[in-house]
Write a protein that binds this ligand. Structure first.
Ligand SMILES: [Zn+2]
Length: 558
């Protein structure tokens, strides 16, 4: 299929460190229309590659040889790998085969919009999406709909096609993204040290990103309410701001779905709620979600039965209608979600820098994201602990430290007791580690972060009692102090996840509804007894919002 000999194509490229710099673009209406057309071509091309690729994947998996390859035991990795790669070769399911596919599919009008290299990067993207299904990491791929479109396109080099060009200082020091005949000026703030540092490095490739703004009137947005930015992949290391010092301690972390315990070997230990500031944003989004649900029901009564349950959708069922109000709410919700994501990212960044400022060797147990997502879906979705770890990995790597993620299965830090060496699983409701051998009581997350801090990742990963005897003498008081501080904060009224082991912390929150209230007990839908406060008049239940402190919070959905 290909023209180049395989050896030449499979030669591995040298990997050098890369960092990203994002610059806003100034796009005129005519240019925006052309960009939209290019991106639409990109979208259709991507869907075409994805569709053909999906066919190849289905055929490959339907082949009896696929089952035979799967039956090869994992104790024979080489045989297994050989069997799978023979199959991939036969059905053309590889990145290179997809590049050849891209060559076939980039015909006629598409070729006017997409140059060959951009088509290749889109093919790679489609291949990666499908490969996730192939290796069992995903169930399905998502085709890009016309409404959502393709939001980014990238090149792999900066000399042809989509590319970024920077003037010399003498010429005015301006930068442009060039694509086809359009030159889109980038807004460069030369006084910003991050921008200045970034642009001093060679550009590997540029990525054009289209982002929806909150409305067409938002700053920098075009008529369709979209903003364009260029992301530059630069060779080198990102700027290390002087305010972000790097410590030399070793830090043990225990990350929960709603909390994080940070125990360094020397410095102060901390137990913190994870991204507590996101709670109001999360609540606002849920309100909008409920509103969308009401609007959807009002506009589509035929899709629900007399009891209000959604009807099964058969073929030829009527289309779902979207009212103007629904679309407006959806836009508002999308804008909220974007703001929340940005807020979360900045909170993650702050926390990572606080941790790295204490120590550059970080040890933590490897997260089991999938299990967490099943169990604490809403909390994990809001706080994104996996993204926090990824952020930490990048930061630690760029500062020359190490992040060790030890496998939970071998260490079992949340079950281990260093006093007697027993491994006893704790139920979720048990927030404390207290052992008959005399260790504890100590908050469980702080305790496992302590165990992580003194693990020796170079040696054996199973914790032994002997290695903790000396550290424990100094650490016990620090861990207790960390928990005392949490208690203080609960008294001051901060909302804390229940896992932190402060009973009824939420119920103790001050709720100044001056009048004398009586408590009313009743069974909630989940079958739990909950106490609601009610004013004598009017004789209705307090609406959801004002009964907040007694409601089950998302982070406690066990
Ligand atoms: Zn014990």
């Amino acid at each position: 299929m290909g023209t180049k000999p395989r050896e030449e194509r499979t030669r591995p490229k040298q990997k050098t460190p890369t960092f990203l710099l994002e610059l806003p673009l100034v796009v005129e209406p005519g240019q925006a229309a052309r960009l939209r057309a290019h991106l639409e071509a990109g979208r259709q091309f991507y869907n075409a590659v994805l569709s053909s690729g999906q066919r190849r994947l289905r055929q490959m998996r339907a082949d009896p040889a696929w089952q035979a390859a799967r039956a090869i035991p994992r104790t024979h990795p080489q045989e297994r790998r050989a069997a799978f790669s023979a199959l991939r070769e036969r059905y053309g399911f590889s990145e290179y085969a997809f590049h050849d596919l891209a060559k076939e599919l980039r015909v006629s009008w598409l070729a006017d919009h997409l140059d060959a290299v951009l088509a290749q990067t889109l093919a790679t993207r489609a291949y990666r999406a499908l490969n996730r299904i192939c290796v069992g990491k995903a169930r399905r791929v998502r085709f890009k709909s016309r409404g959502r479109g393709l939001s980014s396109l990238e090149n792999k080099r900066n000399d042809t096609g989509l590319r970024f060009v920077l003037d010399t200082p003498a010429q005015g020091h301006r930068g442009w993204l060039i694509w086809h005949d359009d030159q889109l000026p980038a807004l460069i703030d030369w006084d910003d040290p991050v921008v200045k540092h970034g642009l001093a490095h060679p550009v590997k490739y540029a990525r054009l990103v289209r982002r929806p703004a909150s409305s067409a009137r938002a700053q920098g947005a075009d008529r369709e309410g979209e903003r364009y930015v260029v992301q530059l992949a630069l060779a080198g290391a990102p700027l290390q701001k002087p305010k972000h010092a790097v410590g030399s301690d070793t830090v043990g972390l225990d990350l929960g779905p709603a909390s994080i315990a940070i125990v360094p070997r020397q410095a102060e230990a901390r137990l913190e709620p994870l991204c507590a500031e996101l709670r109001p944003d999360g609540r606002a989004i849920r309100r909008l979600q409920r509103r969308m649900e009401r609007q959807r029901r009002a506009a589509n009564p035929e899709h629900y039965d007399e009891k209000g349950r959604p009807r099964k959708r058969g073929k030829g069922a009527p289309r779902w209608k979207q009212s103007q109000g629904y679309q407006a709410t959806r836009r508002r919700k999308a804008a909220r979600e974007r703001r929340l994501a940005a807020h979360r990212k900045s909170l993650h960044g702050q926390l990572v820098h606080q941790i790295v400022a204490v120590g550059h060797t970080i040890i933590t147990e490897k997260l089991t994201y999938i299990g967490w997502q099943k169990r604490y879906g809403r909390s994990v979705g809001l706080r994104a602990p996996g993204m926090l770890i990824a952020h930490m990995r990048r930061t630690v790597a760029s500062t020359g430290g190490t992040l060790r993620e030890v496998p939970t299965r071998s260490t079992k830090l949340s079950q281990f007791c260093h006093g007697c060496g027993e491994v006893v699983p704790k139920p979720l409701s048990q927030r404390w580690h207290q052992c008959p051998c005399g260790i504890g009581p100590v908050q469980r997350d702080l305790y496992s972060a302590f165990l992580a801090a003194y693990l020796d990742p170079a040696a054996d990963l199973t914790p032994s009692c002997a290695q903790y005897v000396v550290p424990w003498e100094g650490a016990e008081a620090r861990l207790r102090a960390a928990h005392e501080r949490v208690k203080e904060r609960a008294k001051e009224g901060q909302v804390l996840p229940r896992s932190m082991g402060i009973p009824r912390a939420r119920a103790r929150l001050p709720q100044s509804r001056s009048e004398a209230t009586q408590e009313l007990l009743f069974l909630s839908r989940r079958g739990k007894v909950e106490a609601w406060k009610r004013r004598p008049e009017p004789p209705v239940l307090v609406p959801r919002e004002s009964s907040e402190p007694l409601e089950r919070s998302p982070d406690e959905q066990h």
